[in-house]
Ligand binder design. Structure first.
Ligand SMILES: Cc1cc2nc3c(=O)[nH]c(=O)nc-3n(C[C@H](O)[C@H](O)[C@H](O)COP(=O)(O)OP(=O)(O)OC[C@H]3O[C@@H](n4cnc5c(N)ncnc54)[C@H](O)[C@@H]3O)c2cc1C
Ligand code: FES
Length: 357
């Protein structure tokens, strides 16, 4: 190992992560473990995510992935990735990221963490790959020997899609107040699946968690799943101040939304600046009080973004000309800013701007 205690990882100085191990979790989910090139310790809150940067066919692409490992194992960091059908990065990671391969990463970021909302009783609700932040939180409490009252309800399509099933079951054996419940849409190949099948419903949730009202709830999963959860909690009269959720969705405007926003925004435009996007060949108007991404969306452009808060780095773009005011939340490195990069989701124009996008 090492003689001196390793320093803390600072991605602003050293953003390279080396893959050390790849662990298959289900038929379409893998965990990737990383270390830093020279020994460094990772420090983050359970539930936070990193933004990774990969180059695929000459294109540099950023994506956010929750850290699925707990901060109680600071020498390593893992992400757990589900293949998105047709998705660029998730499939690239599954097919190319092997031990020894280096990627770049930024972060950690995010505020979806039980560490920020201490409570005697938690309800963790997850759907599909949304299990990752709740797994990091559970692993942390487990490894700290913190026998908190936790009910972990995970929804999956079929039993073979349940991520971390064995480890969750093991934690439930090891902690007296940690309970798991798996809800599967269909039985799939598992003819021996004895739990009820179908979606999580209000009666099912009430039967699994009769003391729902006493719990701090953390929820992560597909948007439709979380919408359903919010509806059920609303019906149950749950105090939503104690409800926290994280969305993984890569938001893109639907054609209907684009048309609608174009019309509304067209009325609002007056005396704005010209923003030129060189790659897409579009020039749009942007008011001085408007973020560039907001103006681009209003004009019907489809640009990559995720958090819209300057933390994930997904909207990073090269500014070729002009001045902006940027109020980011850590999604960009100082040396990138020095090289003319900006996050368009949190940048407002000070005049006409040209962006390489
Ligand atoms: C905070 C945060 C944490 C996250 N944590 C995790 C995690 O722990 N694990 C995990 O697996 N994921 C996580 N994600 C999601 C992850 O960032 C990626 O969005 C996901 O892996 C898909 O990326 P991709 O590049 O493979 O797919 P993309 O290439 O972005 O495509 C996504 C989907 O959209 C479709 N698509 C792409 N372009 C178009 C188009 N023009 N028209 C129609 N459809 C299109 C694709 O076919 C695909 O199904 C997280 C996201 C966020 C924001
Ligand atoms: S969308 Fe996340 S930093 Fe801009």
């Amino acid at each position: 190992m090492w003689d001196a205690v390793p320093a803390r990882w600072n991605p602003d100085e050293d953003d390279v992560l080396i893959c050390t191990h790849v662990r298959p979790e289900t038929h379409d989910v893998k965990s990737f473990l990383f270390r830093t090139p020279s020994p460094k310790l990772f420090r983050f809150r359970p539930g936070q995510f990193i933004t990774i940067e990969v180059e695929i066919d000459g294109e540099v692409i950023n994506r956010c992935y929750t850290i699925s490992s707990p901060p109680t194992r600071p020498d390593t960091l893992s992400i757990t990735v589900k293949r998105a059908p047709g998705g660029k990065v998730s499939n690239w990671l599954h097919d190319n990221l092997k031990p020894g391969v280096a990627i770049k990463a930024l972060g950690p970021a995010g505020e979806f963490s039980c560490a920020l909302h201490p409570a005697p009783k938690y309800l963790f609700l997850s759907g599909g790959s949304g299990v990752t932040p709740l797994m990091s939180m559970s692993r942390t409490l487990y490894e700290l020997g913190d026998d908190r009252d936790i009910v972990f309800v995970h929804s999956a399509r079929t039993p073979r899609d349940i991520i971390f099933r064995n480890e969750l079951t093991m934690m439930a054996h090891g902690m007296t107040k940690f309970r798991t419940a798996f809800v599967c849409e269909q039985m799939g190949e598992h003819r021996d699946w004895s739990a009820p099948t179908g979606y999580l419903s209000s009666p099912l949730l009430a039967s699994i968690v009769p003391d729902l009202a006493e719990r701090e709830i953390f929820c992560c999963g597909p948007d439709a799943y979380m919408k359903n959860v919010r509806r059920m909690l609303g019906e149950a009269g749950f105090d939503m101040a104690r409800y926290h959720e994280e969305s993984f969705s890569f938001e893109q405007l639907s054609p209907e939304e684009q048309t609608e926003s174009q019309e509304t925004e067209a009325e609002k435009q007056s005396g704005g600046f010209k923003i030129e996007f060189t790659k897409s060949g579009r020039t749009i108007d942007c008011r001085p009080d408007q973020f560039l991404l907001e103006a681009a969306k209003a004009a019907g452009m489809r640009l990559p973004f995720s958090c819209s808060k300057g933390v994930c780095g997904t909207c990073k773009s090269k500014k070729i000309a002009g001045q902006v005011v940027m109020t980011h939340g850590g999604g960009i490195r100082q040396r990138e800013i020095d090289a003319g990069m900006i996050l368009i989701c949190c940048s407002k124009p000070l005049g006409d701007v040209t962006i390489e996008k």
